[in-house]
Design a protein around this ligand. Structure first.
Ligand code: VG1
Ligand code: CO
Length: 544
């Protein structure tokens, strides 16, 4: 066993985006590319000597190789112990749970989330801090700064560790524990939700569910918890074996990419409840029989029904949503008399609010919901939350959501994505739009008057840090909004996201197709941003 210090040259493109560093697999396979970034992470951690680190990933191509490298680098960098998921598997929320439970100094999660995998697909590295949450911007900025000047990294020359079974090993003086990937997480879920009641629902014979794990990381978790501990019949979980290329699919739980599940829930003899999760298990899509729940509505419904669930029976301290997420939850918070925070896109912005107990539930329009039980969004958690609410209320998903709209009004919502657009042109579109901001307020566009137009900036109420340029917002006097943002997770060209929202209090108008209800705003968006001209596209790549 031999400790090596390897000379290297910095790469200029290791700036973490919305959720870690994401690049194609061939990029990560360039000599020293992964090592440089890992060493930059390690260099940003104070007092790592003897500390515990958690490592795991979503099982995509290159996961196992990367883990072996990280283990050897951790040993060479003085960590005392690494906990690594069996088979290299840890979902993002499970990693967060394991970090917290073991007072680890942090964790490295290998995932490019919903981006496709395989030898030509994407790979990613996320660093979470000791609270179990994604590193905040000041940490990712420090990692990036380090990556631009790094000239060496440390690694132990040693044989690979066997990740196929639970067990304990030594790498130099460092302990490596290969842990069961599911256990801690399953226990945490059991402590939050009424498992006996959900079990009754499954064994009653009157309730059927279909869970699509999309050949990604939640398969083992869903098999063990849903079919194992909750007694759902075998076959409830589909696509439950993690594959290195996710079966060639896009592990993104939305109406477009989770089409297998959508066909089942919208087909004849559909089950009562359907759900899907993404590559690394932090996203969820919720479906009822012939019914789609928008993620923004899901957050609002969970907030309104939280006290029905044991883990939240004493109420919520507050809620938080990302800026582009619809304002449906704001109305629930108002009625409950709790605070509602609006943060930039990305789970890292919820960490301080959760740590300071200012928010209990958080959500993003991008199929992400979670709570203070960990510091990540959590796909299966949302599924169990819905199951618990369904078991207690005895209503269907559709009934629950429609009743919710009746009480609070409906926030029609949609996101239009233009993927792989030319980067320059996308930036030009944003600049063109921004240049109109001084004159937009007070203008009438169609039947709507612009109330404000700004570039969203967030001041963290806990540590006072400021994050600027977080999306262009155009708000109208009736509460409707159009938001424009460029994605921070794509790896090819630019992805333009346009978020559309309008509010309808009148329950006789709650049955429109969102595209129809939002048509005037889709038109306004085109008019002010000249989307077709700038993107050279006639329509969005994905509509959710
Ligand atoms: C997207 C979503 C954002 C989410 C992020 C990471 O970011 O919009 O809400 O937090 O992905 O999710 P962007 O910058 O592409 O819009 V995941 O499931 O990739 O960890
Ligand atoms: Co994800």
């Amino acid at each position: 066993m031999n400790l090596k210090t390897v000379s290297t040259q910095p790469f200029s493109d290791q700036k973490p985006g919305t959720s870690g560093l994401r690049k194609s697999v061939p990029d990560f396979q360039k000599p020293h590319y992964l090592e440089n970034f890992i060493q930059s992470i390690f260099d940003s951690i104070d007092s790592k000597d003897g500390s515990t680190l958690v490592v795991g990933g979503d099982g995509r191509y290159y996961n196992r190789q990367a883990i072996q490298t990280i283990l050897k680098m951790a040993a060479a960098n003085g960590f005392g112990r690494v906990l690594v998921g069996c088979d290299g598997i840890l979902s993002t929320p499970a990693a967060s749970c394991v970090i917290r439970e073991n007072q680890a100094i942090g964790g490295i999660i290998l995932s490019a989330s919903h981006n496709p995998g395989g030898p030509e697909g994407d790979f990613g590295v996320k660093f979470n801090t000791s609270n179990g949450g994604p590193a905040p911007e000041k940490v990712t900025d420090a990692i990036y700064a380090r990556s631009k000047e790094i000239n060496e990294y440390k690694i132990l020359e040693a044989a690979d560790i066997n990740l196929d079974r639970v067990g304990s090993f030594k790498l130099g003086t460092m302990d490596v524990e290969v842990i069961n990937s599911v256990d801690s997480y399953a226990k945490l879920m059991e402590s939050l939700f009424d498992f006996p009641r959900i079990r009754e629902l499954f064994t009653s014979g009157n309730f059927r569910m279909c869970m699509d794990s999309m050949h990604a990381v939640t398969g083992p978790y869903a098999h063990e918890i849903l079919e194992g501990r909750l007694g759902a019949p075998e076959g409830t979980v589909m696509n439950g074996k993690p594959l290195e290329d996710f079966g060639g699919g896009h592990p993104d739980p939305n109406l477009v990419y989770a089409h297998d599940l959508v066909e089942i829930l919208f087909g004849s003899d559909a089950p009562d409840f359907g759900a899907a999760s993404d590559g690394d298990g932090d996203r969820n899509m919720i479906l009822g029989r012939n019914f789609f729940v928008t993620p923004s509505d899901s957050l609002a419904v969970l907030t309104a029904n939280a006290t029905l669930v044991p883990g939240y029976k004493n109420g919520l301290s507050g809620v938080a949503r990302s800026m582009p997420t619809s304002q449906a939850v704001d109305r629930v918070a108002q009625r409950l008399g709790i605070d509602c925070y609006e943060t930039p896109t990305g789970w890292k912005f919820f960490g301080n609010l959760l740590d300071a107990d200012k928010a209990t539930l958080c959500g993003e329009e991008s199929f992400g919901t979670g709570s203070n039980h960990v510091r990540e969004k959590d796909g299966l958690w949302a599924v169990f939350f819905w199951l618990n609410v369904l078991a207690v209320r005895g209503d269907s998903v559709e009934e629950i959501v429609k009743e919710h709209w009746k009480t609070y009004g409906r926030n029609y919502y949609s996101r239009h994505d233009y993927e792989e657009v030319d980067k320059e042109r996308a930036m030009d579109l944003m600049a063109h739009l921004r240049s109109q901001f001084p004159t937009l307020p007070g203008q009438k566009l169609g039947n709507y008057e612009v109330e404000y137009a700004d570039d969203f900036s967030y001041s963290d109420p806990v540590d006072g840090s400021i994050s600027e340029n977080q999306g262009l917002r155009i708000g109208f006097t009736d509460g409707s909004r159009i938001v424009f943002r460029l994605s921070g997770t794509g790896t090819k060209g630019a992805t333009l996201r346009i978020y559309l929202e309008s509010y309808e209090p009148d329950s006789s108008k709650h049955d429109l197709d969102p595209q129809e209800a939002l048509a005037p705003f889709i038109e306004i968006a085109e008019k002010i941003a000249q989307i077709r001209q700038f993107t050279e596209r006639n329509e969005p790549t994905v509509i959710t």
